[in-house]
Ligand binder design. Structure first.
Ligand SMILES: NC(=O)c1ccc[n+]([C@@H]2O[C@H](COP(=O)([O-])OP(=O)(O)OC[C@H]3O[C@@H](n4cnc5c(N)ncnc54)[C@H](O)[C@@H]3O)[C@@H](O)[C@H]2O)c1
Length: 326
């Protein structure tokens, strides 16, 4: 095997367990050190994954191990501060969890930091096997001209919107839609990340020329048939003039094409495990490319910020009660 990517892991909470398992299963990563402010979680996780170098201070871990990538899996409301500290300590590249930011100011700051190094966002669904098939389908233009994309999640837009919007907006890009132009939205209620409030429910339409993307996040989301877990209430539908595909996170997908209906399975966590490993393989490749090859990484903060801007515009359009430019 070619030389493994040297990674410092920051955070030993729930999601970090999936990152660590995926890094080890990928065979392309060497986890050189691990840290968490909480010593109990740190020791338990380090024991579970057999990692010797353990820190409660991320800065010391980065300075002593000079990793090629710092994988930061911490809550959203402290995201920017940790990335700034990691970079100040010498982080050469950073992977962060979603949402990349809670405000436009934080998002802009991360994009600025991402000009000189890879900062990637962990919207790993793109790498799920069924989504790889959808990207192929869209590239081959088998659905014909796509004019409508619907995306929904049962929880608030900042919580799961980064995933469903990443998928819907990538589908729009592959369908030749260009950039989102405007948003008209209605938001209801509030939920909190730390002390930052975000809309609890968002119902929006995004204009891309003559094409439309429909977004529901929260209680207005249409239920996924047979799904009882709120986190799995995620579905995307892409409609062209020759065919249509519907994809759920955990209840399969259906393709209607040329008068035929085809179906397949989707399932969490199996698809997540495959996707998370594939993302680490691609990050390693991007960082090993000569020069500035990393700049085109699929989920760089630059591309994630466009998704984030749509989310922010939903909140602004709802507040102002009018259509707003993205
Ligand atoms: N991509 C996905 O599919 C997916 C799935 C679940 C969660 N997430 C995201 O992952 C992020 C983390 O979620 P979680 O459930 O693991 O949270 P968590 O609260 O379980 O874990 C976060 C950990 O970070 C540690 N931490 C905080 N500040 C630190 C610092 N300065 N240095 C070292 N450690 C620090 C905390 O002590 C805690 O152990 C969230 O943004 C969440 O939305 C993503």
């Amino acid at each position: 095997m070619a030389r493994a990517l040297r990674v410092v892991q920051v955070g030993c909470g729930g999601r970090a367990q999936s990152h660590l398992a995926a890094m080890q299963a990928s065979g392309v990563v060497d986890i050189v050190a691990i840290c968490d402010l909480d010593d109990k979680k740190l020791q338990e996780t380090a024991n579970k994954f057999g990692i010797a170098a353990r820190y409660t201070d991320m800065t010391a871990a980065i300075r002593e191990h000079t990793p090629e990538l710092v994988d930061i899996v911490t809550p959203a409301h402290i995201r920017l501060g940790i990335v700034q500290s990691a970079i100040a300590a010498g982080a050469a590249a950073v992977l962060i969890e979603k949402p990349m930011a809670l405000t436009a100011v934080e998002s802009d700051a991360l994009v600025a930091l991402g000009q000189e190094r890879l900062i990637a966002v962990n919207t790993q669904y793109r790498w799920m096997p069924h989504w790889q098939k959808v990207w192929k389908l869209l590239r081959s233009q088998k659905l014909g001209t796509v004019r409508t994309i619907r995306a929904s999640t049962g929880v608030n837009l900042w919580e799961q919107g980064p995933h469903v919007l990443d998928l819907a907006m990538y589908a729009a890009e592959l369908s030749g839609w260009g950039q989102p132009e405007w948003v008209l939205a209605q938001c209801v209620g509030e939920e909190f990340f730390g002390s930052t409030a975000v809309p609890a429910d968002t119902s929006a339409v995004v204009g891309y020329g003559d094409n439309r993307m429909w977004i529901n996040a929260g209680s207005s989301a249409p239920p996924v048939p047979q799904e009882s877990v709120i986190w799995y209430q995620q579905q995307i539908e892409i409609t062209g003039d020759r065919g249509r595909i519907w994809v759920s996170l955990n209840q399969g997908w259906t393709l209607w094409l040329d008068g035929k209906r085809t179906q397949g399975v989707t399932g969490w966590p199996a698809d997540d495990e495959i996707a998370q490993q594939a993302l680490f393989v691609d990050i390693r490749q991007a960082l090993r490319r000569r020069g500035t090859g990393w700049q085109s990484f699929a989920t760089s903060v630059e591309s994630a910020a466009v998704r984030q801007r749509v989310m922010d515009t939903c909140a602004r359009a709802a507040r102002e009660g009018r259509r707003m430019p993205v």
